[in-house]
Design a protein around this ligand. Structure first.
Ligand SMILES: CC(C)(COP(=O)(O)OP(=O)(O)OC[C@H]1O[C@@H](n2cnc3c(N)ncnc32)[C@H](O)[C@@H]1OP(=O)(O)O)[C@@H](O)C(=O)NCCC(=O)NCCS
Length: 441
């Protein structure tokens, strides 16, 4: 009879199963967002040895942290009132002071705990270096609905080069929810935003949020894996303001190139290692959609295109187009679609009646803000240019109010209204004062 496996055997078995993950994570950059509630609980003490372990396994760690509970406690002790609206604090002088004191204390807390190594193991005393600094530039959040948010800010830039240098030297980087402006002001920032922007700037392998409750599907079941689009669709079904704060940033980071964003439950003390080193994990994984394709638009895309272009028509970036006009012109459009959502579009109009010097017009070039900067508009234009060549088009023209340099960098040059070639159907809209660009093919 074979003996039941001992605890040691099970550990060895687990170690074998974990080895591919250990290899995969070595050298990987992970940004962890630790909420205020975690810092106050015993989970914080549990998490420290796990962070130490990860760092010794070669994971490059960036730790962002929230301070809301600590700041609330401080303000309460001073009997100072403070307002949090839609997840953002109105940061007056008293609140800023409380944040600065809490951030300093938390930093010292991290530094002391990460200096311990792994107590009661041969790695006791294998201390880790921790660094923090002015890595985040911020700008004021400003006045919204008549409320001046004062020292509350938003992230303007994360200085990823400097962060990379520290990470490559083996330091753990601490990111408090603070940013500094070019004018020398200090701003209170949402920790989730700091972490998401840092993960995007670093092109991190993973971004991890710890949440009170994991997101659920329409049947109330915990979602184990979903694309950013699916998660966005299911977001209104979720409850809890803290979860929503993390979800919004998780979706954005995923769309901006962070390939794996994890939500882990604060109620599971082993959540981090379980997620990273076991096949099934334990949290919710949000992955970037893996497929998308560029194709000719059909009448079914009209709603998607309207959704994409409407904000730009409203703010005057694009010329107005009615639904009827769009339906008539739909055959001229190409779209980039991801999981049923139109995330970029462009149109080509060719004057098919012209006998010589056929000129085409490129119009309505738009990429959804979450998907910009990844070559989609360039792909659409390249596709339309090659389509135009097959139709013997000799030059392409377009009107633009705000993307002049984008087109100039792609071979278009500015022309005056008089000197431009023009397909018959196009009327120059003088009121919009668009610039005209032409590219010979
Ligand atoms: C212009 C636009 C279509 C570019 O979409 P995109 O998919 O991000 O484009 P790509 O990824 O191919 O190119 C990104 C590059 O263009 C630059 N860029 C983006 N908008 C720009 C603008 N208005 N002017 C100059 N450069 C711009 C980006 O900084 C980026 O530069 P980098 O590669 O050096 O980082 C997109 O910003 C958009 O939808 N703008 C609003 C609509 C508009 O103005 N359309 C043009 C008139 S029809």
């Amino acid at each position: 009879m074979v003996d039941a496996p001992s605890t040691n055997d099970l550990a060895i078995q687990w170690f074998r199963e974990a080895s591919p993950y250990i290899k995969a994570h070595r050298g990987a950059t992970m940004v962890l967002c630790l909420p205020d509630t975690l810092m106050e609980s015993t989970l914080f003490d549990n998490l420290i040895p796990d962070l130490t372990l990860l760092s010794h396994l070669g994971v490059r760690l960036v730790l962002g942290f929230g301070l809301r509970a600590q700041v609330d406690a401080k303000l309460q002790a001073q009997q100072a009132e403070s307002r949090v609206i839609d997840g953002r604090r109105v940061t007056d002088d008293a609140a800023l002071n409380a944040i600065l004191t809490s951030a300093g204390k938390m930093r010292a807390n991290f530094e002391s705990k990460l200096s311990m190594g792994l107590p009661n193991t041969p790695m006791a005393g294998a201390r880790l270096s921790v660094c923090s600094g002015n890595f985040v530039t911020a700008q004021p959040y400003g006045v919204h609905d008549g409320i001046d948010y004062q020292h509350t800010g938003t992230v303007r830039q994360v200085h990823s080069q400097e962060l990379r240098v520290h990470l490559a030297s083996g330091n753990i980087v601490l990111l408090p929810p603070l940013g500094y402006s070019l004018t020398g002001d200090i701003f209170n920032l949402p920790a989730e935003e700091v972490c998401a922007e840092a993960a995007i700037a670093l092109n991190a392998d993973k971004l991890v949020f710890f949440v009170d409750q994991l997101p659920v599907d329409v049947d109330g079941q915990i979602i184990r894996e979903a694309s950013a689009n699916t998660m966005e669709r299911l977001a209104p079904k979720q409850t809890g303001e803290a979860l929503m704060r993390s979800l919004t940033r998780a979706v954005k980071a995923s769309r901006k190139g962070v390939s794996r964003v994890h939500l882990l439950s604060l109620s599971d003390p082993n959540a981090l290692l379980r997620e990273l080193f076991t096949r099934d994990g334990g949290g919710t994984l949000i992955t970037a959609e893996r497929w998308e394709h560029l194709r000719a638009a059909t009448i079914q895309d009209v709603n998607g295109i309207i959704k994409l272009i409407e904000p730009l028509q409203n703010n005057g970036t694009l010329a107005p187009r009615t639904r009827e006009q769009l339906e008539l012109d739909i055959a001229h459009f190409v779209v980039c679609e991801r999981e049923g959502m139109v995330i970029a579009c462009a149109a080509l109009f060719v004057d098919t009646q012209a006998e010589s010097d056929i000129v085409g017009e490129i119009a309505c070039v738009v990429t959804h803000p979450d998907y910009r900067g990844q070559g989609r508009a360039a792909d659409l234009i390249a596709h339309l240019e090659s389509k135009a060549r097959t139709q013997n088009v000799s030059a392409l023209m377009l009107f633009s109010t705000r993307a002049a340099h984008w087109f100039i960098e792609r071979g278009y040059s500015q022309k005056t209204e008089d000197s431009m070639p023009r397909p018959k159907k196009i009327d120059y809209d003088k009121q919009r004062n668009s610039k005209v660009f032409v590219k010979p093919l």
